[in-house]
Ligand binder design. Structure first.
Ligand code: HSE
Length: 314
């Protein structure tokens, strides 16, 4: 059957989770981007419309839009001589550190793959969606798109060639997330990172990342939380998020197992063992903590969730 339209959704994601810079990612079950793709038979253009959260910030030119880049790439792969009309509904605010651009790219990849009958593997979809990420972050990091496509928690075990493992997190894992009204983009957050790191920092970060994974295999959220410290990336970005340390302390005092910047920020994510603490309360505590410093914010609480999927096709 030749399809004329496909709609897909992809979830918000949180990358890094402490020491797993560009390597760890988790899909969240609260916020989604929705991408509807229709075939244009008359010509080979790519038309993009955007509405929803922060739509005014999203470029419509295909070569500057994450979903547009994915569309160009997949049209090249397909033998079809058609164009594509892409309607993006943003549920995830751009520049919040919750994988907004990755979600649009992932949902577009999944929808166009289905529409054009390309039958790409999940790794091929991740590679394609990662090209979209290049346009917003200026770097081909695959952590957000991998989690957005595969769901749950992912580890990038190799970047070239791309290899990704998906792990189930312990059943009581929840996340408390706070998104402050602070503006900077991922390119800036990457430009402040050190080019070289001390051996002692490398040892510290490897031990933290290993501790996080050990916590998962031991089903121990407390140990996972101990693995959420980072001596390299977070200290370099901390000045971009005024009040970060205050917010982290408040979340830990309220019972979070670990707290760190979500992706490139400015959102902050706390890991919560739902048997020991209440993720919603911790999220509100973090809002209050930002509030005390005069920074407005909003909060979410989430569980690890599924990856991108087709929700409608005709
Ligand atoms: N790993 C990336 C970074 C995620 O921290 O720059 C961006 O969302």
């Amino acid at each position: 059957m030749v399809l004329s339209m496909v709609e897909a959704i992809a979830p918000a994601t949180s990358a890094n989770l402490g020491a797993g810079f560009d390597v760890f990612g988790v899909a969240l079950d609260v916020l989604f981007d929705r991408v509807l793709v229709e075939r244009i038979v008359a010509n080979k253009t790519i038309e993009i419309t955007v509405d929803g959260e922060g739509a005014e910030e999203i470029p419509r030119e295909p070569e500057k839009n994450t979903a547009g880049v994915v569309a160009k790439e997949l049209l090249k792969l397909s033998r079809e001589k058609c164009g594509l009309r892409i309607k993006i509904h943003k549920g995830i605010k751009p520049g919040s550190g919750l994988g907004s651009s990755a979600a649009s790219a992932a949902a577009a990849a999944v929808a166009i793959n289905e529409l054009l009958g390309l039958e790409l593997s999940q790794l091929q979809l991740i590679e394609t969606a990662t090209l979209g990420e290049m346009t917003s972050a200026g770097a081909p990091h695959a952590d957000n798109v991998s989690a957005a496509i595969l769901g749950d928690f992912i580890v990038i075990t190799s970047r070239k060639p791309l290899e990704v493992l998906k792990l189930k997190l312990p059943p009581n894992v929840e996340f408390a997330i706070v998104s402050p009204e602070i503006k900077f983009n991922t390119s800036l957050a990457r430009s402040v990172l050190p080019r070289k790191v001390a051996l002692s920092s490398m040892i510290y970060n490897v031990s933290r990342a290993a501790t996080f994974i050990a916590g998962i295999t031991l089903n121990n959220i407390e140990i996972m939380g101990k693995g959420m410290n980072d001596m390299v990336v977070e200290p370099a970005r901390a000045h971009l998020i005024p009040g970060l340390n205050h917010v982290k302390k408040k979340a830990l005092d309220a019972g979070a197992a670990g707290v760190t910047i979500s992706g490139a920020g400015p959102s902050v994510i706390a890991l919560v063992d739902s048997k020991r603490a209440d993720a919603e309360k911790i999220a509100l505590t973090m809002v209050e903590a930002f509030d005390e410093l005069g920074v407005k914010s909003r909060s979410f609480h989430a569980k690890p969730g599924p990856g991108a999927k087709v929700v409608r096709k005709e």
